[in-house]
Write a protein that binds this ligand. Sequence first.
Ligand code: ADP
Length: 641
Amino acid sequence: MAASLVFRLHNRGPKLVKEVLLERGWVEYDEDKREEDDWNLYWRVSAFHNSEYHNLLPWQRFNHHPKTAGITRKDHLARNLRRMRATFGSALYDFSPTVFILPNDYIRFLAEYNRLRLMRGLSVYWICKPVDLSRGRGIFVFEDIKDLIYDCSVIVQRYISNPLLISGYKFDLRIYVCVKSFHPLTVYIHQEGLVRFATEKYNLSSLHNLYSHLTNTSINKFGPFYKTKKERVGQGCKWTLSEFRHFLHSQDIGDVFLWQKINNIVTLTLLTIAPSVPSCPNCVELFGFDILIDNKFKPWLLEVNYSPALNMDCQVDITVKKGLISDLIDVMNYTLADSLRERAYERKQHKQPHFLAKYSSHVKSPLSKFKETTSQKQRSGSQSSQAQTLMLLKHLCQPVKVNRKESRPHAFIAEYQRNLPPVDSNDIYKGRPKKINTTAANTHKQKTLNLILSSHSRTNESEVNKQRCLGLAPWLEDVRILHVSDVTRLGDTETEADTELSGGRGVSSSIHDMSPRVLGSRLSAHKLPNIHSRSNHKPVRIPPERSIAPNVHHIPPPRVGDFIRTFPFNLATLRASQHKLEIKTVVQELHKLTAQLATMDKKLWGKEKEGKKNKVDEEDFDALLWGLKDTPLLSHFLKPS
Ligand code: ADP
């Protein structure tokens, strides 16, 4: 492996992530041996602070997007779904049980409770859950309002009292959803997931029996029947999603529509927060969607989990979660930008970035200076990523005392400098009365910039400055200007222009580039510029029509391991998500697809599949059908004979 990638785990966990990454040849971050920024992936079970997002360097990734609590906190999810229901109609947003946030909604709950009670012959059950707890903690089911006792903020949700049962046992599905990017929205759902069983038979006359009503493993693994071999379910309390698929087929139950409805739930839920999540191309998120299926085969969303549990309680966990994490790392698509860390920090010899160590032991790292300054600023208000990038550059330009006799730049810096175009050192301060023009400052500035970029990137700071001077929204220009001078990755979005420009330049052999990507994300807001690009003095002009039309050659891959791309799923949704997310269009397309799937003939697909299995027209924007065994192509599935 030419370049080891470095992972950092908060509080030493989760073990599974460590295991998978070590197996893949990654190295664990050691704070005694490495600089603060000398890592490629930081994994935390809890949330990152806002300031940490602002300080991300080009080669660094987080396992969380910012501000996703809008769906992962039970009360926030309830509010957001309510809002969407009001906007798009309750027929569309009908997948979550009626819910009230208490104490605020108490009066409304009381009214609904009484209304339903008065309806003859109907027993109505409710479930009460603390808003910010997980793993079944504090949850209880009740029928009579006198049993509703709470001492913290809770949600009271209509209890789905007619769940689909397998041999009398209640179960729910844990669906793993990876949001690769919120701008543009790019979603993958894993083919494998968990079916989580209650360990005692479902019984509405014993509402207090949690082993009968809750499907959380954290509860059922302590149940008296956990180890018992239960009819059909077997020992323990879990199946894989594949086993569930097999079960459905063995019962002759058509599952196409079921998976599509679950798929819709995932998309519609993510749409509630997608426009408000700040763009953070260096992040990825794995959500756990909990879905309960009722006896009419209607799937219900129970909740969305932030940092779904990765502990290994049984063989099923090992089968599902190991592959899941491995595929997630593949979705992150470590590429050229990630090798920059390796270039910046020569391991073993230097704890600090290589050339700084050579220059002077008392010169403070520009990176740490940058961090100090940005965090100071962040305390007083928020900043755009671009502003921070510029600030980083400014820091890099500060004159430093250099013992020039000692200053022999690293080979890659030297090579890089030979290829550099002349730099207008005033550019970076354009419009500012700053007087920094010493040779030492320029040398340092350039070398430091080289450190942040790569030996292959011929970016210079005047290009970066042009980016700024053109304003922060170049995509709004009539003639769109794509600067190849960008300083960091735009997600892992590589545009056609990038590809042309990069000319297949060397990337660490251990880092493969596996996906064609969407042009449009280049143009979305709040982006830091791109590090993939080869430098060029002149900005690359993209004709407006080309930059507006989605480039069908650069779409997210339909499949990464067992992750199936579920959004965008056709050209219309690709277009609708490239700039400002057009939720109405997405909703219409979802409707269309669901209607098509509902009416399609399964046998027909069997015939189609035979003839066309291997023929994938690369010009088409197609998608795979998540959920189904063998994940057929959507176009083949829907094609009439
Ligand atoms: P937690 O975050 O504590 O796991 P959940 O909302 O996932 O909370 O609820 C825990 C379990 O309770 C679920 O796995 C499911 O078995 C059951 N449950 C939750 N809500 C409902 C509901 N509305 N109807 C039926 N069962 C539910």
